[in-house]
Design a protein around this ligand. Structure first.
Ligand code: ATR
Length: 288
């Protein structure tokens, strides 16, 4: 690894904005790549309260930032604040990557869905979205990114299952409003087990199974064994859902790769190098 121990006055600067931000692994992730590629650059945590987020985002060009990532709970504020939105961010209703354009305008993108798909492809190279119905558990921001990405990648059907049905209905309505009406079916929480019938992919986007949380309450009996199971939770790396799926013969994909892959487009845009996701990077990010 080429080590750059300090940065110069010409360093390219980016960061991650969120509230709170102390637990974000993105500074470690981008810091690893900056050192690996010997780039004169910095990627800093930006703790910004929601009520000041618009002001902070608008200040990026004045401060000379190349851009920044945006994380919870600021992605929707960023969506409303940027000057231009790409197609994906528009459909996801949220911005996680801001690039300051040459003319000083703020360009908003969303790479969460890209990260999700790239992780599945890396972990399970045989998987394709066209292969069959996908079951998505949850109806928060992560679920929205996952559903948009799956439909874009060619999934024939997405079954949306959430404990609170109304939130899944709201998400389906939001997706219909951005032209993604076809292909999404809302399933009642009580019917979640039968929703697995004939599925080719199961994705947990809820916080269930995260360290300190109970396991996702979802019997897998009806899930075909060729189906791939993905949990976006990555602490622990192997959630109870993934352990159970693996034990019954399903192929599994963990969640940390989504975080790593979603970072690639921003790094490329700010620092000019297409970064690689490697086992060494994964270990380094998880250690922190
Ligand atoms: P994010 O936007 O990051 O996806 P979120 O909006 O907090 O996070 O969403 C968390 C998801 O976990 C929701 O789908 C939530 O279901 P509800 O809409 O019913 O709250 C889901 N969730 C949280 N606790 C749950 C539980 N005990 N059982 C099932 N789902 C749960």
């Amino acid at each position: 690894m080429t080590a750059v121990d300090s940065i110069s006055g010409k360093a390219k600067v980016a960061g991650v904005m969120g509230w709170p931000i102390g637990h974000s692994r993105s500074p470690r992730l981008h810091g690893f790549w900056l050192r690996q590629y010997g780039i004169d650059g910095a990627y800093v945590p930006l703790a910004v309260a929601p009520e000041r987020a618009e002001q902070a985002i608008r200040a990026l060009p004045a401060l000379g930032f190349r851009g920044c990532n945006v994380t919870v709970p600021l992605k929707e504020i960023a969506f409303r604040t940027v000057d231009r939105l790409d197609e994906t961010a528009w459909r996801m209703g949220a911005v996680n990557t801001i690039v300051v354009a040459a003319d000083g305008a703020l360009e908003g993108g969303n790479t969460d869905g890209f990260g999700f798909i790239e992780n599945l492809r890396a972990e399970q190279p045989g998987w394709t979205a066209e292969r069959g119905p996908a079951v998505v558990i949850g109806a928060g921001g992560a679920a929205r990114a996952v559903v948009v990405a799956l439909l874009d990648a060619g999934a024939p059907e997405v079954r949306l299952v959430n404990r609170t049905r109304a939130r899944a209905e709201d998400l389906a309505a939001d997706l219909a409003a951005v032209g993604l009406a076809g292909g999404v079916t809302v399933v009642d929480w009580v019917s979640r087990e039968t929703a697995l019938d004939g599925a080719a992919l199961l994705v947990n986007t809820t916080t269930q199974g995260m360290a300190g949380q109970p396991a996702l309450d979802l019997p897998l009996r009806a899930l075909p064994v060729p189906a791939v199971v993905n949990d976006i939770v990555y602490v622990p790396l192997e959630t109870p859902l993934l352990a159970e799926a693996r034990a019954r013969g399903n192929a599994v994909a963990g969640g940390v790769g989504m975080l790593l892959h979603q970072a690639r487009p921003g790094f490329k845009a700010w620092f000019g190098v297409e970064p690689q996701v490697t086992a060494e990077l994964t270990r380094f990010v998880l250690e922190g």
